[in-house]
Design a protein around this ligand. Structure first.
Ligand code: GLN
Length: 481
């Protein structure tokens, strides 16, 4: 059943939220030993929430548009009184004193949070192998990674542990795992979803967004979490989208662009695999057949995105992660002086990728290097904004692969960080610009694993990304090829 079907049945009193929950908890019990999608399952709290939903229905109240739908929360979303770890040892034992805004909104809409999902430590990674609690496995093939950093949430949705999941996306962490697991994942425009209660990685890039098994479910969830929040000063004030309302509008007359630099052809970045490019081209043809006007556009700075991102993101992370000092949160390793205690706690608490990013970021921000590294990366970011603005003078949306390849095998890319970083080449531009992007499953690669196609739009084009994705989904599931 889809999330919307569950919610309709629960609201109509045809199914109890408690039954729905038990069914999903049983699946988690059965299979999460193998997949490791969850850091913690909060069965008792979930039962209490589900009972509340059933009580509301019995009393004749409307429990909300996501009534009784089980939900997975990436473990970097603050949940009051429930451990929130970022899959890091440094937050060991820490329980937030408040809920993230998305958690509050989803609960108010009737969704039932069943637990916290695994991620690359502090969301740094593309495979969930950087978790301090062991990797998550891809439900479609357990020898493969689910992608990352929101790998636990993607796996939970793909394995039908929960119809809905919440992730965060700083450089692709919603869209890439969605692609690897064959589900829908969407990164909203920066500022459309409140970041209050999201543990910061790189604050100017982070956005929260939905995971689901269908575009309509993802849109319903997006509609609940989007909108202004006084608790997040970067939240956009006058935008309360209704993506669910536009899903059947089609693409007749819509101008669709293909980015030359991400198309595999001349002038393109390397490493985009042939099967992924073939599915992406088929997706573009589907849109053309549905009435879209297709053209090629150039976004020259797209080739510089990776370099800029891997300076901006670590720079912001090195500052954001300075707060984990052994005093205020989680782990403390005692030592004779405060300075030694700080060092010992951080040395024991952070894993190798997080330490690498802190060092890279600190270096990029140091006096004498600031202009050469961080300053330059900011210039690339500005160039990218200009390049996309120019592209969007001629097209309404852009279509690219979500990730260069399908899901790779565990251990395949852990030896060299660069092989992991290149995963993000197609997703990073929209984090640097703040634009929205969605990944929708579209066929499979040569290895039989799902391929995700990405639809990008200008700032506040969030609804449009869902509208186009709905057309692709209808064809992909109708089996066009
Ligand atoms: N893979 C990217 C990184 O490691 C993106 C992570 C993310 O979006 N949180 O930084």
């Amino acid at each position: 059943m889809t999330a919307l079907e569950i919610a309709a049945a629960v609201r109509a009193g045809e199914r109890s939220a408690v039954d729905v929950l038990n069914e999903h908890l049983a699946r988690i019990d059965d299979r999460d030993g193998e997949l490791n999608a969850f850091n913690v399952v909060t069965a008792d709290a979930a039962r209490a929430e589900a009972e509340g939903v059933d009580a509301a229905v019995a009393a004749g109240d409307d429990p909300g548009p996501l009534a009784g739908v089980p939900l997975a929360l990436k473990d970097n979303m603050c949940t009051r009184g429930i451990p929130t770890t970022c899959s890091s040892k440094i937050l060991e034992g820490w329980q937030p004193p408040y809920d993230a805004t998305v958690v509050t909104r989803l609960r108010a809409a009737g969704a039932v949070a069943v637990g916290k999902t695994n991620l690359d430590e502090f969301a740094m990674g593309s495979s969930t192998e950087n978790s301090a609690f062991g990797p998550t496995r891809n439900p479609l093939d357990i020898s493969r990674v689910p992608g990352g950093s929101s790998g636990g949430t993607a796996a939970s949705v793909a394995a039908n542990f929960t119809p809905l999941g919440i992730g965060s996306d700083t450089g692709g962490s919603i869209r890439q795992p969605a692609a690897f697991c064959g589900v829908v994942g969407m990164k909203p425009t920066y500022g459309v979803v409140s970041r209050y209660g999201l543990i910061a990685f790189a604050s100017s890039l982070d956005q929260i967004g939905p995971f689901a098994n269908s575009v309509a479910d993802a849109a319903a969830m997006f509609d609940v979490i989007a909108g202004p929040d006084p608790l997040d000063s970067t939240s956009i004030r006058d935008y309360s989208p209704d993506a669910s309302a536009v899903l059947d509008r089609g693409v007749d007359g819509l101008r669709v662009g293909v980015i030359r630099e991400l198309s595999g052809g001349e002038g393109s970045v390397d490493g985009l695999s042939a099967d992924v490019l073939a599915r992406t081209n088929e997706a573009v043809e589907v849109l053309r057949a549905a009435g879209a006007i297709v053209s090629e556009v150039s976004v020259p700075s797209a080739t510089l995105g990776l370099s800029a991102y891997y300076l901006v993101a670590p720079a912001e992370a090195s500052s954001n992660l300075a707060r984990y000092d052994g005093v205020r949160y989680g782990l403390r390793v005692d030592a004779p002086t405060t300075g030694e205690m700080n060092t010992a706690s951080r040395t024991a608490g952070f894993g190798p990728e997080v330490k690498r990013r802190i060092m890279l970021g600190t270096y990029a921000l140091s006096a004498g290097y600031y202009d050469a590294f961080y300053g330059k990366a900011l210039k690339v970011r500005t160039m990218m904004l200009r390049d996309f603005a120019q592209a969007y003078e001629n097209v309404d949306v852009l279509v690219t692969p979500t990730a260069p390849t399908t899901a790779f095998r565990l251990g395949e890319r852990t030896a060299d960080p660069m092989t992991m970083y290149v995963n993000d080449v197609c997703t990073i531009p929209s984090n640097l610009t703040g634009h929205p992007g969605i990944s929708v499953p579209f066929g499979v690669g040569d290895d039989g694993m799902p391929v995700g196609v990405q639809v990008l739009a200008p700032a506040l084009g969030d609804e449009l990304t869902f509208q186009v994705a709905a057309v692709l989904e209808a064809t992909a599931s109708g089996g066009v090829s």
